[in-house]
Design a protein around this ligand. Structure first.
Ligand code: SF4
Length: 264
């Protein structure tokens, strides 16, 4: 999983330039795709990193590139620097915009590969990881033209089978909340072990002190979800951006692969 973790020290500030943002709860102003953020310094460091939330850049504290930034900079463009060579800017940004999504898919597959799955299923996961990884490692033009939605559709059923296999080991009931609109719902202290919240909307839901062990969170919207005191050990397909977007505290139990956000 290490190469799927962001390493900003090896990236040319791609997320702070390539991606657009607009004035909202997550950003204080507008920025177009390809336009460097005014807070990005010449060495590709954020000048306001220590005060992002007070300055209204909540969106920056939630974002994670899953290691795509350093891969595009170091591997695909051979330590490319779009400031020193402006001709690199457009192809680097286009490649990054696709690679960050493919690296998220790789994150899920890498996580799936760590489960003790039946041999045939484990082999399918391994092959699919190699296939998607090769898509990122191809030439920049081919990478930029990759249909991310198609890749997600192709990988999705495999991840579903992994989820069913893993959750089947948990005693019933295993609540199925796939795609449910649970925004603002009160589930404090609920016994949800082995549930699936795949694609569910949990915006501002109250999951304080809930038992969320071995829960599938793939694609769930956890913005402002209150997870204080919850037990998320063994949950899966939960990503760092989802965790960063939720509310938490020091009492939450997280899987080892995830980092407790500094703002909790
Ligand atoms: S505020 Fe900092 S982290 Fe956010 S886009 Fe600008 S330079 Fe990047």
């Amino acid at each position: 999983m290490r190469r799927l973790r962001a390493d900003c020290s090896r990236c040319a500030g791609l997320c702070c330039v390539a991606l657009p943002f607009s004035a909202s709860a997550g950003f204080p102003s507008d920025k177009h795709a390809g336009e460097p953020c005014r807070h990005l310094d010449r060495s590709f460091r954020c000048r306001v990193h220590a005060e992002l939330r007070p300055r209204g850049f909540t969106g920056c504290t939630v974002f994670d590139c899953f290691g795509a930034g350093q891969r595009i900079t170091q591997e695909v463009f051979d330590d490319g620097n779009w400031r020193a060579d402006p001709a690199l800017a457009a192809p680097m940004f286009a490649a990054f915009a696709v690679a960050r999504h493919l690296h998220e898919v790789l994150w899920y597959l890498a996580e799936a590969a760590e489960f003790p799955l039946p041999a045939r299923l484990a082999e399918e996961v391994r092959r699919e990881f190699e296939r998607v990884d090769a898509l990122v490692g191809t030439d920049p033009d081919t990478l930029a033209a990759t249909d991310v939605d198609a890749v997600r559709r192709e990988v999705g059923p495999l991840l579903s089978r992994v989820s069913d296999t893993v959750r089947a080991l948990v005693p019933e009931p295993r609540p199925d909340r796939r795609g449910a609109d649970l925004a603002g719902h009160r589930m404090r202290g609920a016994a949800l072990r082995g549930a699936t919240f795949r694609g569910a909307v949990l915006i501002a839901a109250d999951l304080r002190e809930a038992d969320l062990r071995t829960v599938d969170f793939l694609g769930a919207d956890l913005r402002d979800t209150d997870l204080r005191g919850a037990d998320l050990s063994g949950c899966f397909f939960l990503t760092q951006p989802q965790v960063n977007a939720a509310r938490g505290d020091s009492a939450i139990r997280l899987p080892d692969r995830l980092v407790r956000p500094a703002h909790w």
